[in-house]
Design a protein around this ligand. Structure first.
Ligand SMILES: NC(=O)c1ccc[n+]([C@@H]2O[C@H](COP(=O)([O-])OP(=O)(O)OC[C@H]3O[C@@H](n4cnc5c(N)ncnc54)[C@H](O)[C@@H]3O)[C@@H](O)[C@H]2O)c1
Length: 259
């Protein structure tokens, strides 16, 4: 074990499942103390049991709401004494398999204003909110790494879910602004843009053999991403290995964009 995160404290949002859960495990193995934030209490409880490390603690938090974020960030800072890494991974695409209804994302002509507001809050405003409340702690230490999560859908490809695509494209712009503004204070900010990763968010692909095969065949690496594929990129961005990397977007998509 290299311990590339020894001495660091990391907050990971959306850490109860998928990519965030994988990152929490790997970050803890690499020596970090990890605050796992998620809105899903039951999944958080299962996640800590699964990781089984004294270095992780869970915090129920809905990152879309300022009061929840503010309370939890203070609790993390009080319990850990510092914050060095903020991995803003929480998100959801509001798109289910099958016929769409008003609770789902879709094309501009069919999306309701309510869904626009909800998805924008969860997928974009949340990124601002937790950044706002964590930055004072990172700035105090004059060092830190912010990792934002976008997608290939939005900044790089078209997408059928217009609200999600808009949010994910906006995250790239915000990250460049963070890198520019806070770089002189020792803070780095970067984006991970995953391709199709085998998590609950992609159930509709995983449960449809034809759709799954179509993604696999399009990818030069001929497979979907696994949560750990993305978590390893996050580890690089969290650790001092990436000390000279800021304002960048790392696409981790098995070559999907090459097609
Ligand atoms: N899976 C993919 O193919 C894919 C592709 C591109 C980008 N992404 C992005 O990767 C990130 C991680 O997604 P995943 O694939 O691990 O999905 P996932 O559904 O397995 O995990 C997402 C986690 O975020 C949590 N979450 C959702 N809304 C929240 C909120 N308001 N507050 C706190 N926690 C919340 C969920 O409870 C869940 O534990 C997301 O930002 C997603 O948009 C995923």
């Amino acid at each position: 074990m290299s311990g590339s995160l020894d001495g660091k404290v990391a907050i990971i949002t959306g850490a109860a499942k998928g990519q965030g859960l994988s990152a929490a495990r790997i970050f803890a193995e690499e020596g970090a103390r990890v605050a796992m934030l998620d809105v899903d209490d039951a999944a958080l409880a299962a996640a800590t049991a699964q990781i089984g490390s004294p270095r992780v603690r869970v915090f129920a938090c809905n990152v879309a709401y300022a009061d929840s974020v503010q309370t939890v960030v203070k609790a993390v800072a009080d319990q850990f004494g510092q914050i060095d890494v903020l991995y803003k991974n929480a998100g959801t695409n509001f798109r289910c398999f099958g016929p769409r209804d008003d609770s789902q994302d879709g094309g501009t002509h069919e999306v309701t204003e309510q869904l626009w507001d909800l998805s924008t809050r969860v997928n974009r405003k949340s990124v601002f909110l937790i950044g706002k409340h964590v930055l004072p702690y990172i700035l105090e230490r004059r060092q830190g790494s912010i990792i934002n999560v976008s997608s290939v859908a939005g900044p790089f490809t078209g997408a059928p879910n217009h609200v999600y695509a808009t949010a994910k494209a906006g995250i790239v712009g915000l990250t460049k602004a963070l890198a520019q503004t806070y770089g002189p204070d020792g803070v780095r900010a970067n984006v991970i843009a995953p391709g199709v990763v085998a998590t609950t968010m992609m159930d509709r692909v995983l449960n449809d053999p034809a759709a799954k095969e179509s993604v696999e065949n399009r990818n030069p690496l001929r497979r979907l991403g696994e949560p750990e594929d993305i978590a390893r990129v996050a580890l690089f961005l969290a650790a001092d290995d990436s000390a000279y990397v800021t304002g960048s977007t790392i696409v981790a998509d098995g070559g999907y964009l090459v097609f």
